[in-house]
Design a protein around this ligand. Structure first.
Ligand SMILES: C[C@H](O)[C@H](O)CC(=O)C(=O)O
Ligand SMILES: [Mg+2]
Length: 393
C-alpha cells in the first residue's frame, strides 16, 4: 500500500512559468498578435492590455502521509486556488493516491454545475498532474513509465515563436508563427500576414514546416482566404483560426482549406466530451489539448484513445514536462510542441522558466526519453520564487 494523501495546498506565482503569457515588455509573445480582441484598436498591440496574463500560475502541492510531495503548475492563479482549497481538496485527503480515476470523476462531477471548461478544468488538471507526480515519486518511477512506457527513444519538436528561421538553425523540425493581423486590419493586414510567411519560407527553404497560430482571432471567411493565400508558401497547418465554440465554423474551414493543408485546434478545448465534438464534427486534422487545461493526464488518456480510434494525431499544446511524459508513450503523438520562451526568441530556454528546476529542453530539436528518467514528472519547484497561498482549508 502507498502512503495516503494527507494534505492538498494551492499557491499562486507570478512571472512567466505556466502562465507563459505573463512576460516582461518587449517579448515576442506580446508583440501585436491577432486575437478576438483585435477588433478593438486599443487592445490590438498588446495581449496583456486586455488581461491575457491576469490569472498567473497555479501551483498545486499534494503531500502524502510519509512526507512525499507531488506538485504541478498550470494557469489559474488565485481563483483556481480557491477552487482547489475550498472544493477539490476534499476528494483527495485521506485517499489512496492510486485512486486517480475516482478522484477525477468526483472533481469533475462535483463542479459540473459551474465548471465543465476553462478555469475549473485548469484547477482539476493541476490537481490531477500533482497526483500523477506524487504517484511517480512514491513509486520512484517517471510518469511516462506509469503511462505504459516509451514507444520511441526520443521526442522531436517543432518550435513556436516569431523566428522560425532561428528555430531551423536550432534543429527543430518546424516553426509555428503567431499571426499578427486579424480581420479588423483589412486587406492590408492580410497582405502583411502572407508576406511574413513568404519571407520565412524564403529564409527556411522549401522543406521546413511552417505553420500559423491564429489564436481564435479570425472568422471562417478570413481564415479561408488566408489559407488559400498561404498555400503557395507551403503553410503546413492553420491553427486555432476561429472561436473554440464554433465547431460548425471549424467543420466548414476544414472543407475550405486547400488540399494538403491541415486544420488544427484544441488548446482551449477540454475533456473527452469537448474533444469528441471536435472529432465527430470533423473540425480538424490534429487535436492540440493542453495537458494543464484539458483535464490533466487522466483525461488526456481518454481523449487520446478516442483520437487514436478516429485516426487523429494528438500534439499537445505547450505544457512542458506534462506533455513530454505523455507524448513519448503514444504512437499517435509523433512529435511535440516547444514554446520558445526566450524574448527574441533566439535561444532555447526551459518552457516554464523560471518556475521549475530540472526542466529538460530539446537539444538540436530532440530529447531522449532518458531525459525524463526521474521520479514523477522529474522537476522541482523553484523555491526562490515567492509562493502565495491565498486560501486555506
Ligand atoms: C503564439 C500563440 O499566440 C500563443 O501564445 C501560444 C499558442 O497558442 C501555441 O503555442 O499554440
Ligand atoms: Mg496555439
Amino acid at each position: 500500500m502507498l502512503a495516503k494523501i494527507k494534505h492538498v495546498r494551492a499557491f499562486t506565482v507570478r512571472g512567466g512559468g505556466a502562465d507563459y503569457h505573463d512576460q516582461g515588455a518587449g517579448h515576442w509573445i506580446d508583440d501585436h498578435i491577432a486575437t478576438p480582441m483585435s477588433r478593438y484598436p486599443e487592445y490590438r498591440q498588446s495581449r496583456q492590455s486586455f488581461g491575457i496574463n491576469v490569472l498567473g500560475t497555479l501551483v498545486v502541492e499534494i503531500e502524502a502521509e510519509d512526507g512525499t510531495i507531488g506538485f504541478a503548475v498550470t494557469t489559474g492563479g488565485e481563483p483556481a486556488c480557491y477552487i482547489v482549497e475550498k472544493h477539490l481538496a476534499r476528494f483527495l485527503e485521506g485517499r489512496d493516491p492510486t485512486e486517480y480515476e475516482k478522484i477525477w470523476d468526483q472533481m469533475y462531477f462535483s463542479t459540473q454545475y459551474y465548471g465543465r471548461k476553462g478555469l475549473v478544468i485548469n484547477a482539476i488538471s493541476g490537481v490531477d498532474l500533482a497526483l500523477w507526480d506524487l504517484l511517480g515519486k512514491l513509486r520512484q518511477e517517471p510518469v511516462y513509465h506509469l503511462l505504459g512506457g516509451a514507444v520511441r527513444d526520443e521526442l522531436q519538436f517543432y518550435a513556436t515563436g516569431a523566428r522560425p528561421d532561428v528555430a531551423k538553425e536550432l534543429g527543430f523540425i518546424g516553426g509555428k508563427l503567431p499571426l499578427h493581423h486579424g480581420p479588423a486590419e483589412g486587406l492590408e493586414g492580410l497582405r502583411k500576414n502572407v508576406e511574413l510567411l513568404a519571407d520565412m519560407r524564403a529564409k527556411c527553404g522549401p522543406d521546413f514546416w511552417l505553420m500559423y497560430d491564429c489564436w481564435m482571432a479570425l472568422d471562417v471567411d478570413y481564415a479561408t482566404r488566408l489559407a488559400i493565400a498561404c498555400h503557395e508558401h507551403g503553410l503546413k497547418w492553420i491553427e486555432e483560426a476561429i472561436s473554440p465554440d464554433d465547431y460548425w465554423g471549424y467543420a466548414e474551414l476544414k472543407r475550405n482549406v486547400p488540399r494538403g493543408m491541415l486544420v488544427t485546434t484544441g488548446e482551449h478545448e477540454a475533456t473527452r466530451w469537448g474533444f469528441r465534438m471536435l472529432m465527430e464534427m470533423d473540425c480538424c486534422d490534429i487535436i492540440q489539448p493542453d495537458v494543464g487545461w484539458c483535464g490533466g493526464v487522466t483525461e488526456l488518456l481518454k481523449i487520446s484513445a478516442l483520437a487514436d480510434a478516429k485516426g487523429k494525431l494528438v500534439i499537445p499544446h505547450g505544457s512542458s514536462v506534462y506533455s513530454y511524459h505523455f507524448v513519448v508513450t503514444r504512437h499517435n503523438s509523433p512529435f511535440a510542441e516547444f514554446l520558445m520562451m526566450h524574448p527574441g526568441p533566439t535561444e532555447v530556454v526551459p518552457m516554464f522558466a523560471p518556475q521549475l528546476l530540472g526542466e529538460p529542453v530539446p537539444v538540436n530539436g530532440r530529447m531522449k526519453a532518458g531525459a525524463l528518467d526521474r521520479p514523477g514528472f522529474g522537476v522541482e519547484l523553484n523555491r526562490d520564487i515567492p509562493l502565495h497561498r491565498p486560501y486555506t482549508h
